[in-house]
Ligand binder design. Sequence first.
Ligand code: DX5
Ligand code: ZN
Length: 226
Amino acid sequence: MDLPRAPRINPSILAADFVNMQAELARIATADFAHVDVMDNHFVPNLTFGPQMVQRIQETSPVPLDVHLMITDPDRWAPGYAELGAASVTFHLEAAGEPVALARRLRDIGARAGVAVKPATPVEGLFDLLDEFDQILVMTVEPGFGGQGFLPETMPKLQALSAEARRRGSSVWLQVDGGISAATIAQAAEAGADTFVAGSAVYGADDVEAAVTRLRDLARAGSLEG
Ligand code: DX5
Ligand code: ZN
């Protein structure tokens, strides 16, 4: 698969109409990935969908899937999402027993392996492990719900990861998720993000395609400032 170039815009279908999912997926055909938030009502206080639904989304989506697992025990459950064909599978560092072993397993199955950190989780422990992951997701809200406000205090973590990746010549993607909109995307790009999840900012727009293009343009402009 040819990988989309930065800046990548991944609409979160958490903000889509769940009972019209086929049409909602068709609306994001010009985006880079469909971001799929799997929540288990245990790692986060919200519940979305599991492998059966994600399998149908995979079969229906015009763009590859970027699965974000907000679940307990990803060591047990994450490989199943890679096996159903998700292009990218991201699990939370706080929930994983053996994050490196799990990332290797996801790659062996053929998915890109991602690791996510909540706003209060430090990232220095990942510096020596950058090569083990294809993507690091710095959460810019507390995981669990769409429509929350962007937390600018997470930006230093992104800057640190970005500097470290540059220093090591790493090609790891740096993703942000939560409160990303036309008002916030440039500062995340400036801090080093290259992959942007946006739920309400995309699905809340009248013209979804125009919203994706606008976010991409603003991210590109922001990264030139960075
Ligand atoms: C939150 C999810 C996000 C959410 C983002 O836990 O991980 O992907 O859909 O929604 P917005 O863009 O509305 O903040
Ligand atoms: Zn997400």
